[in-house]
Design a protein around this ligand. Structure first.
Ligand code: AR6
Length: 176
C-alpha cells in the first residue's frame, strides 16, 4: 500500500508547460486573467484561447479551483487554483493552501484526469515559505491518494535544482 502510494508521486525539475499529462495546475490569481511566473508561462504556451476561456469564467476565490482546456499545451486540461498571499501565517494561509490542493484534486477527478502535474503554489510572487508549502502539498497529496485510486500519478514540477532538492527532503519526512 505504502509502496504503491510512493510510486504514484514523482518529482521533476523543469517547466510545467512542457508536461505531457492529462492536467497541469496553474498558480493563478483571483482574476484568472494571467500574470507573471508560472501563470504567465502557461498563458504564453497555451495561446490566446486560454485567456478567452478564463475571461468567461469571471474569476476564482482563493483556495478554489477552475478548469479550462489546455489548448496549445501538451496537457489536455489546466486546473487554475489561487494560492494565498503569505502575510505572516496568521491569516489562514496554511488552510487556504491546503484547499488549493484538495480542490485541484477534486477538479482532476471531475475531468477524469489520471496524471496531474503541480507547480509549487504560492511560493513565488505570493512568498509562502517554501518548506512549509511543500509540507502542505505533500501531506494533502498523500491523504488524497490514500483515499482515492483514480489518479495514478502526481508529478511535482520543481523550478530549479534547489526546489527539487527541497521536495525530496520533505518527501522523506512525509513518506518515512
Ligand atoms: N514551471 C514550473 N514552475 C514555475 C514556472 C514554470 N514555468 N515558472 C515559475 N515557477 P509564482 P505564486 C515556479 O510566482 O507564488 C502570478 O503573477 C516559481 O519558481 O508563479 O502562486 C499569478 O498571476 C515558484 O516556485 O506563483 C499570481 O498573481 C512557483 O512556480 C501570482 O503570480 C510559484 O510561483 C501567484 O503567485
Amino acid at each position: 500500500m505504502e509502496t504503491n502510494l510512493r510510486e504514484r508521486i514523482g518529482f521533476v525539475e523543469g517547466d510545467i508547460t512542457k508536461m505531457d499529462v492529462d492536467a497541469i495546475v496553474n498558480a493563478a490569481n483571483t482574476s484568472l486573467l494571467g500574470g507573471g511566473g508560472v501563470d504567465g508561462a502557461i498563458h504564453r504556451a497555451a495561446g490566446p484561447e486560454l485567456l478567452a476561456e478564463t475571461r468567461k469564467i469571471g474569476g476564482c476565490p482563493t483556495g478554489e479551483a477552475r478548469v479550462t482546456k489546455g489548448y496549445r499545451l501538451p496537457a489536455k486540461w489546466v486546473i487554475h487554483t489561487v494560492g494565498p498571499i503569505w502575510s505572516g501565517g496568521n491569516r489562514n494561509e496554511d488552510e487556504l493552501l491546503a484547499n488549493c490542493y484538495r480542490n485541484s484534486f477534486e477538479a482532476a477527478i471531475e475531468i477524469g484526469a489520471v496524471t496531474v502535474a503541480f507547480p509549487s503554489i504560492s511560493t513565488g510572487a505570493y512568498r509562502f515559505p517554501m518548506e512549509r508549502a511543500i509540507n502542505i502539498a505533500l501531506r494533502e497529496t498523500k491523504s488524497f491518494l490514500q483515499a482515492n485510486q483514480s489518479i495514478k500519478k502526481v508529478t511535482f514540477v520543481c523550478f530549479g535544482r534547489e526546489v527539487y532538492n527541497k521536495y525530496q527532503e520533505v518527501f522523506k519526512e512525509v513518506f518515512h
